[in-house]
Each structure stands twice: as structure tokens, then as C-alpha cells.
Design a protein around this ligand. Structure first.
Ligand SMILES: CCC[C@@H](CC(=O)O)C(=O)C(=O)O
Ligand SMILES: [Zn+2]
Length: 333
């Protein structure tokens, strides 16, 4: 790659009408990284050895040979969106206050890695898309385990300890087709999002923009996901989406993006960039001491608890909205 040639160009990014700033990129030895993490702000950590063995060795061919022959979790979508849904919340098939059936936007299948790679290679426009999302556990091959143990655990464990995070809950391996998209959502975990192969565009919003991103109700299968379709935003239903202000970074091999707990993120593999490989590190949040003023993500957590409590006592999801409206409108407005 000659000097000034960028590894990707803007034509590989889908067009959105969003007000975005660049997420800072800091060398992994820079102490300012700890200031960002302490303030729950995203930062791209560069030149680290966090997943260096994977960056060096995990080509698609290597992964096909070494990932292991058990079935791997693969999501299938009729379009480029892979919107997460919680199967456990499709309990009474009623997914919103109008009693409409919930139709899962993707389906989950178990696929052997060679079948997955074949379908990726032979994919044609109009075919269903697939997205491998597999927890890195002992079911993977020995070479992968050897690479995994050589990740820079001192570095990530050091951050976990310094910032008083909870335990590491999982490392997920993602193998995406070019153009695959995980629509805007938040997780209740701290995340080191380590890019291994290919380039991904990450668009993030702070928890304070909760009102502009219109999350589904907590009892909905799409809990934690934004209701706004970034490609065709409905400004009548979601007027405050116009005011949203976000941060973005395109991460490439070796970059590690810190996605703070409760921060919204919309992530997509670049168009025409080939398949991408990512490993994430999800940690439970630290103990949340209630210091005033409360942090924005603590307020989001409180709203979640209110919705859960109301559903628990009212039982019928259709009653939660009307009760909240009667409580607030005309009184707290
Ligand atoms: C299943 C979620 C995958 C990931 C987004 C992506 O890489 O497509 C993400 O949202 C996260 O790591 O939290
Ligand atoms: Zn996520």
C-alpha cells in the first residue's frame, strides 16, 4: 500500500444524514486512554498486541482449517441488517401495544465452518446474507486456543482492574460478509471491540441521547435496539432523531475500539471490503455507586427498572404505555 493510499475510501460507507465527529485514536501506551475509559467515553486503541496473534494468523483459510468442526452459530438475513432479538421475549407473541405478532428479522442456524465459508464465497446479490457470531470457547481447534491464550491479557486485565469492571463474560468471534450491518443498539456491558481482518464502520452515541434514539420497550424482543431505521428515518414518528449527535471510527486490523457500557453503537462491515473478522471482550459493568449527579447510563438503567417493575405488576404490556402517559402528561411536562 503506497504512502498516502487509504485502506478504504468514503464510497464504501453507507450514506446517513447524521452529525458525526471522529472518535480519538490513541497509541495503546498513551495514559490518556485511561482518562477516556474513566469518563465512559469511546476511544480507539491503536498498535496494541491485544489480539495480535489473531491479526497475524486468522485469515479466512486459517479459520476454516482451525475453527473446529462442531456447528457454529450463524445468523441468516434477507437483507444486510442483522438486528438482534431476544427469543425469550417472544413469550406471548405480542410484541407491541397493538398486539401485532413479532416476526424475527433473522433466523439463527448451526453451520459448519466450511459451509459458512463456501456460502460467503459463492454469495450473489439477492441471496440471503449470513453472519457467524460464535463464542470463543474450548469447542474451537487447538491452534485457535493457542492464539487466544497469547492475546495481551495483561493489558486488558489491567484495564478491567484499573477501572473496576466486573468479570469478563465472553469473547465473541464475528465473521461478517462485506456490507453486513448490526443496527443501532446498546449493551449492558463494557466492550473492547478488537478488529482482526477487514474494516468496520462504528457509529456511537452516548446514553444521554436515549430520547433521540427511541429504544423499543424493555419487554419487546428488540429490547435495547433503536426503533429508528438509519437508512429511512421516520421523522414523524421519531422527530428527535434529527437532533442526534454521534461519534464514528472506521476500525481496521489491530484497532481496538472501547465501547462504553450503555453507549449506542451501529456497526457495519465496509461495502466492497470483503469479509471482516472481529473479536469482542464483554465485561459486566462495575458496581454502580449512586453518586450525584447521576451518570447518564445510570438514568437509562433506572428507566429500564421502572419499565420492568410496571410490566411485572400490570402483567399486560398494553397497559404500560397508558399508565406512564397518565402519570406524566400534564403533570411532569
Ligand atoms: C452481535 C453484536 C456484534 C457487534 C456488532 C458487529 O460487530 O456487528 C456488537 O454490537 C458488539 O460487539 O457489542
Ligand atoms: Zn453491541
Amino acid at each position: 500500500m503506497d504512502g498516502d493510499k487509504k485502506p478504504w475510501d468514503p464510497s464504501q460507507l453507507r450514506k446517513y444524514d447524521l452529525n458525526l465527529e471522529e472518535i480519538p485514536r490513541l497509541h495503546y501506551k498513551d495514559p490518556k486512554i485511561d482518562e477516556y475509559i474513566k469518563e465512559n467515553k469511546p476511544v480507539v486503541i491503536t498498535e496494541s498486541n491485544i489480539v495480535k496473534p489473531a491479526v497475524q494468523r486468522w485469515s479466512l483459510e486459517y479459520l476454516e482449517r482451525n475453527l473446529g468442526h462442531s456447528g457454529h452459530t450463524v445468523f441468516v438475513s434477507r437483507n444486510h441488517k442483522f438486528k438482534y432479538y431476544d427469543e425469550k421475549k417472544i413469550y406471548n407473541r405480542v410484541s407491541n401495544t397493538k398486539g401485532v405478532e413479532f416476526t424475527p428479522p433473522t433466523r439463527k442456524v448451526e453451520m459448519r465452518i466450511e459451509d459458512f465459508m463456501k456460502r460467503v464465497k459463492e454469495w450473489k446479490k439477492g441471496d440471503e446474507r449470513i453472519y457467524l457470531q460464535q463464542s470463543l470457547t474450548t469447542t474451537v481447534g487447538n491452534n485457535i486456543v493457542e492464539d487466544f491464550v497469547k492475546f495481551d491479557w495483561d493489558y486488558v486485565n489491567g484495564k478491567q482492574t484499573k477501572h473496576n469492571w466486573g468479570p469478563l463474560t465472553s469473547n465473541l468471534l464475528f465473521i461478517a460478509m462485506e456490507g453486513n450491518q448490526t443496527p443501532c443498539h446498546y449493551d449492558e456491558q463494557e466492550n473492547f471491540f478488537a478488529q482482526v481482518q477487514g474494516y468496520k464502520r462504528c457509529i456511537l452515541f452516548p446514553p444521554s441521547q436515549f430520547e433521540c434514539l427511541y429504544p423499543y420497550p424493555v419487554h419487546h424482543p428488540h429490547d435495547r435496539q433503536s426503533m429508528v431505521d438509519f437508512e429511512r428515518p421516520d421523522y414523524n414518528k421519531f422527530p428527535k432523531f434529527k437532533n442526534v449527535k454521534g461519534w464514528e471510527a472506521v476500525v481496521g486490523p489491530g484497532d481496538v475500539l472501547y465501547i462504553p457500557i450503555y453507549w449506542w453503537h451501529h456497526i457495519e462491515s465496509l461495502l466492497r471490503g470483503g469479509p471482516t473478522v472481529t473479536v469482542n471482550f464483554w465485561y459486566k459493568g462495575g458496581p454502580s455507586t449512586l453518586e450525584y449527579p447521576l451518570k447518564d447510563h445510570q438514568k437509562v438503567s433506572i428507566t429500564r427498572n421502572v419499565e420492568k417493575m410496571l410490566l411485572e405488576v400490570l402483567q399486560d404490556p398494553k397497559e404500560v404505555g397508558p399508565l406512564l402517559r397518565s402519570m406524566v402528561l400534564g403533570r411532569y411536562t
